[in-house]
Design a protein around this ligand. Structure first.
Ligand code: AMP
Length: 282
């Protein structure tokens, strides 16, 4: 497995690949890898014959310095996991390599980022858009893999690829969960035992709401119940809990026929910010 730190090294890695029949599958990550990331790698391996993973904790997508400096780092373990998956190349740049100059370009995703993550994390999707563009230009993959866990990020990246004509196919991989339903996330490493238990409220509220919606109850009544669930759970602060168009991220006030619909939530559990979502109608 090649472990590369510079753009130049990635370029020569690409140049040394056989010229024909090569499909490069790319999985961008921020490290602290778990089975969710590995599922993306698995999907990449199924449809590409060269798999590149990047590990880069992108400073420009954090709007909270504390969250950035506390982001878990487990590089040796990550590399071991990727080696076991027989990944071909891991790109581990430092900040200087990616940002020799502070970008002046700002990406505004319009309505896609006025809600949910975008409204609670100002500048987040600008940072995501810039770093994903840079990584796509460095790695030049044929296919790139992203998790449904970050539903709004998927919408933003699809828009980026379309608007800037990136020559890459985007694949979306379903969320991998713990047995009890908690969505795997690098930030889960920061949850203490008690908070780990409390964090289950997110998945419970999502599955409860989905069942009630499909049973025909009004969304606003369901959301009142959900708000009460969170008020009663000490140590958990709900940031948002919304019903949205799964691709356009438009906030809905009830089920609408013939559009894909998801429930999206974000909450702080013991100071750790967790997000999750489930599809209500595909
Ligand atoms: P991150 O390292 O958190 O930036 O995530 C890197 C990629 O892994 C993103 O495309 C995420 O959506 C995806 N991912 C994170 N958690 C999961 C999960 N539990 N299941 C599937 N994909 C995930």
């Amino acid at each position: 497995m090649h472990i590369l730190h510079t753009k130049e090294a990635v370029k020569s890695f690409r140049q040394n690949l056989p010229k024909d029949q090569i499909t490069i599958g790319f999985v961008p990550t921020m490290g602290a890898l778990h089975k969710g990331h590995l599922e993306l790698v698995k999907k990449a391996k199924e449809s590409a014959n060269v798999v590149v993973v990047s590990i880069f904790v992108n400073p420009t997508q954090f709007n909270n310095l504390n969250d950035f400096s506390n982001y878990p780092k487990t590089l040796d373990k990550d590399l071991e996991m990727l080696r076991n998956m027989e990944v071909d190349c891991v790109f581990v740049p430092d900040s200087q390599e990616i940002y020799p100059n502070q970008p002046k370009l700002k990406i505004d995703f319009g309505d896609l980022e006025r809600v949910l993550e975008g409204s609670f994390r100002p500048g987040h999707f600008n940072g995501v858009g810039i770093v994903v563009s840079k990584l796509l230009n460095i790695v030049k993959p044929h296919k790139a893999f992203f998790g449904q866990k970050d539903l709004q990020q998927v919408a933003v990246i699809k828009r980026l690829v379309e608007d800037l004509s990136f020559d890459v196919e985007i694949s979306v991989v379903p969320t991998v969960r713990e047995e009890d339903g908690l969505a795997l996330s690098s930030r889960n490493l920061r949850l203490g035992q008690e908070d780990r238990l409390k964090s289950l409220i997110l998945f419970k509220a999502l599955t409860f709401s989905k069942a009630e919606l499909l049973a025909g109850r009004h969304w606003l009544d369901i959301r009142n119940d959900v708000n009460m669930m969170f008020v009663e759970q000490q140590g958990v602060d709900l940031e948002y809990f919304e019903l949205v168009h799964s691709n356009e991220m438009r906030i809905l006030d009830g089920l609408v026929p013939e559009i894909p619909i998801s429930l999206c939530a974000a909450a702080y559990v013991g100071g750790v910010r967790l997000i999750d979502n489930i599809s209500v109608i595909d």
